[in-house]
Ligand binder design. Structure first.
Ligand code: BTN
Length: 329
């Protein structure tokens, strides 16, 4: 990203009005140059206001990411386990970045965690080939590369572990009414607050890589929100304030590192009780959509492997290890 554009975003991130003249002085360019730069902000997904006599402003401001601040929220023992945390201004997808990195790394050096964060994703990926709306500086786009030394089936419950981790992190900061929709949607009053995309690649020596991608809506600009075709919510609406994204990134990385260690030692059973407490589908009429089928019935929670149980019309319990659940509230 152009250095002046970055400086301009930083100046305006306080949410106050700054005159074109003053911004020009700070950036070492003309007022016209400031105007040209400011016109680039909407394409990044940043809302900008310009008022004659007052200048430019990003309404409500932005909480920009800063690696040093993020690391303050991560315990020393977890930091020691994290080989690298990288932060990009723009990237296609943080998951894609770590997938490529995983392919380059040597299989032997693998009890290490890699983290990638970005201010903006140009091709953010959601589940089932959907797009994940990722405007600049607004939300969290975070991926973690984690390796496991078993076959892929051993990590089938990983999505549930990550969902519980996000829910716990949210509740630890006082956010109430968090629920989980199988397999791993984090909801607030039935609106999506966070999504998880886990991609797995197996490789030689019995080591597999899981790329754990988390999107957390922090302060979605209105125009970007219009591109989302399901009920959603962000932390700004829930808490009525602009949240510090560094805090959320740091806490999520910390808690995820902790729970991944627990998952490695104890498996999914360490998380089942928590997941069940947060299950918004329990005893609700739902439909499970799989690539080839749509099956409706009453959700009956998850079994001990984290699979969804569904009671069909005939009273038979069916189990699903993948699929998309739609609630028929
Ligand atoms: C979902 O559809 O619910 C999953 C959304 C996952 C989005 C995150 S944002 C960080 C990471 N990079 C991506 O491209 N996707 C995931």
């Amino acid at each position: 990203m152009n250095a002046n554009l970055k400086k301009l975003i930083r100046c305006l991130s306080d949410g106050k009005f700054h005159s074109g003249t003053r911004l020009g002085e700070v950036l070492g360019i003309t007022r016209g140059g400031v105007w040209k730069l400011a016109r680039k902000l909407p394409a990044l997904g940043i809302e900008i206001e310009s008022v004659v006599g007052k200048g430019y402003c990003i309404p409500c401001g932005l909480s920009l990411l800063n690696l040093a601040k993020i690391k303050n929220y991560i315990d020393k023992n977890h930091l020691a386990q994290i080989k690298k945390i990288e932060l990009f201004d723009q990237i296609d997808s943080t998951n894609n970045y770590l997938m490529q990195l995983a392919q380059k790394l040597s299989a032997k050096k693998r009890n290490e965690i890699y983290v990638c964060l970005a201010e903006q994703q140009l091709k953010g990926k959601g589940r089932l080939g959907r797009q994940w709306v990722s405007p600049f500086g607004a939300n969290l786009y975070l991926s973690m590369l984690w390796s496991f030394a078993k076959d892929v089936s051993a990590i089938s419950g990983l999505g549930l572990v990550v969902a519980v981790t996000i829910a716990d992190t949210l509740t630890s900061i006082g956010i109430k009414k968090i629920g989980l929709k199988w397999p791993n949607d984090v909801l607030w009053q039935k609106r999506k607050l966070s999504g998880i995309l886990i991609e797995v690649s197996s490789e030689a020596y019995g080591i597999g890589n899981a790329i754990i991608g988390i999107g957390l809506n922090v302060a979605m600009p209105a125009h970007a929100g219009k591109l989302i075709n399901q009920p959603w919510v962000d932390l700004r609406e829930i808490t009525d304030e602009l949240q510090d994204r560094n805090q959320w990134a740091g806490l999520l990385i910390n808690n995820l590192a902790h729970n991944l260690n627990l998952f490695r030692q104890k498996g999914i059973k360490a998380f089942l009780q928590k997941w069940r407490k947060l299950d918004v589908c329990m005893n609700q009429p739902v439909c499970v959509i799989t690539p080839n089928d749509k099956v409706c019935g009453i959700a009956k929670g998850i079994d001990d492997h984290g699979r969804l149980c569904l009671k069909n019309k005939a009273g038979k319990i069916l189990t699903f290890s993948s699929g998309e659940v739609s609630l028929r509230f």
